[in-house]
Design a protein around this ligand. Sequence first.
Ligand code: FES
Length: 97
Amino acid sequence: MITLIGKTLTKTTEAQLGQSLLKIAQEASVDWQFNCSRGTCARCRCIILEGADYLSEVNDAEWDRLGPDELDAGYRLGCQAVVEQDGNIKAMNKTYF
Ligand code: FES
């Protein structure tokens, strides 16, 4: 299962393998902030509270956009982090502003 915490709404839904956190949030009607969907704006930034191991590896766009301290703290870009394995995942959308 995947729990997504948007700006005001939280939903738990089936994790869909191969889908980004942003896509799953949109399908679940969670108010997850985004703009570009391509890994450049960071509006979709989120912190992974549980299940980081079930997500894809941090990709080039995330290395470029997020600082090492953010990556260490467990931040990802929702439009780039893809669910790769079944398991419990919890992510909270945390924009910079
Ligand atoms: S929506 Fe722009 S970085 Fe993800």
